[in-house]
Design a protein around this ligand. Sequence first.
Ligand SMILES: O=c1ccn([C@H]2C[C@H](O)[C@@H](CO)O2)c(=O)[nH]1
Ligand SMILES: [Zn+2]
Length: 128
Amino acid sequence: MTDQELIEVAKAYRERAYAAYSNFKVGAAVLTKDGKVFGGCNIENASYPVSNCAERTAIFKAVSEGHRDFAAIAIIADTPGPCSPCGMCRQAISEFKIPKIIMANLKGDVQVATLAEILPFAFTDNDL
Ligand SMILES: O=c1ccn([C@H]2C[C@H](O)[C@@H](CO)O2)c(=O)[nH]1
Ligand SMILES: [Zn+2]
């Protein structure tokens, strides 16, 4: 699967976003090393901190289905530049060592980064 194809999956899941409070829809999709894809969207809550980001929805869906070995994650939103994952999601991306982060927006801007680039000096299981 190409980066663009993974972005297209993320874009389709963005349509399922439950963004009742921010009205900011985000979609994400993870690609496993054996070629499986899991999509996710942000899901908000009247108690705002209960909300979940699209990236973590996609990661948690994959993990809960038994898939933990990831090749990439794509994220898309209607942002001025490529949509960048929040700090909490960077930590979740770090936990599962997702090596490639594909950030995109609806205008077609794309930026690809490594895990080390988006979360330098990460706190990991090595620190415990
Ligand atoms: O990378 C991001 C950034 C934000 N959000 C969600 C959280 C919240 O529902 C809304 C506004 O922050 O967008 C994501 O899902 N992923
Ligand atoms: Zn997040």
